[in-house]
Design a protein around this ligand. Structure first.
Ligand code: PHE
Ligand code: CO
Length: 296
């Protein structure tokens, strides 16, 4: 316990070493529950036909649309039975080592706060809607659940290599912004996309972004956007492909050969890329979100 810790629970001014706090479910206001309901309804209107089946099935299995911000204890009864994962509440983003250790033990740290009404369209800091609606359904899929645990273990190991940015890029382009090419067509599985109405449409339909087949090392060498829609989305063929490519690769030699900075920009297409769509990049070129550019 460190009472000066900036991550401290505002109510107790204390935070545990693993940064977990009580969700304090009983303290959410009616307005906060309603914010969840509004966001949930909006996503359910657009996600069928865009999000992959694993995500949609997970949403149903966990009953996340029962009304209001879900109680983590109730989610955990179901989730634990399905894949052994649990959701734990944290007050905000947690340090890398803490994050990795949670994942390695099949615990997903979720922010317990919800965004303000004026942030319905976009927030940079992950709130309970992004964390729970976006991430938790995929944890009901056995292969994806194993991938997330392996990622946590890989993260703990990576701390000895000083190549955290490359590993973060892998998370970003898969867990947060991944697309999957299914027999029904291209679909979303990334949590950062499914929790955003505008990016759900942009990622699959817009002319602007590149859509390129997943390649582990290429992706770990690529920069990404943290404050706007992605300029490139990487596409897997199956969760098995993602799991095997990452688990069967020893990242040790890979970290050794990586440069300390990214080799590729977020927008570029390489000759070696397997390209589904070469984007126009017109959205980013026009200035993106900060200029209020229409997503195209
Ligand atoms: N195979 C990686 C390593 O050797 C660990 C890892 C697995 C990382 C799955 C990400 C996802 O470090
Ligand atoms: Co996230």
């Amino acid at each position: 316990m460190d009472p000066t810790n900036i991550y401290a629970d505002p109510r107790t001014k204390q935070v545990a070493d693993d940064f977990t706090i009580d969700q304090n479910w009983q303290d959410y206001t009616a307005e906060q529950h309603e914010t969840w309901d509004i966001l949930y309804k909006r996503q359910l209107e657009c996600l069928p036909g865009l999000a992959c089946d694993e995500f949609m099935n997970g949403l149903n299995a966990l009953d996340l649309g029962a009304g209001g911000i879900p109680d983590f204890d109730k989610i955990n009864v179901k989730l634990k039975k399905l894949t052994g994962w649990t959701v734990v509440a944290v007050p905000c983003l947690v340090p890398d080592d803490v994050f990795f250790e949670h994942l390695a033990n099949r615990r997903f740290p979720a922010g317990n706060f919800i965004r303000k009404r004026e942030q319905l369209e976009y927030i940079q800091e992950p709130d309970v809607f992004h964390d729970v609606f976006g991430h938790v359904p995929m944890l009901t899929d056995p292969v994806f659940a194993d991938y997330m645990e392996a990622y946590g273990k890989g993260g703990m190991r990576s701390l000895g290599f000083d190549r955290l940015k490359a590993l973060a890029s892998l998370y970003w382009y898969t867990v947060e912004f991944g697309l999957i090419n299914t027999s029904k067509g291209m679909r979303i599985y990334g949590a950062g996309i499914v929790s955003s109405r505008s990016e759900s449409v942009f990622s699959l339909k817009a002319r602007s972004p590149n859509r390129i087949h997943f390649d582990l090392e290429r992706l770990m060498r690529s920069d990404y956007k943290i404050d706007d829609f992605q300029a490139t989305y990487f596409v897997i063929s199956s969760f098995e492909e993602l799991f095997r490519a990452t688990v069967d690769t020893d990242f040790g030699p890979l970290y050794e050969r990586l440069n300390p900075c990214f080799d590729y920009t977020a927008t570029g297409v390489l000759e070696s890329d397997r390209v589904y769509n070469r984007g126009t990049q017109e959205y980013g070129r026009a200035g993106g979100r900060k200029r209020g550019v229409k997503p195209v």
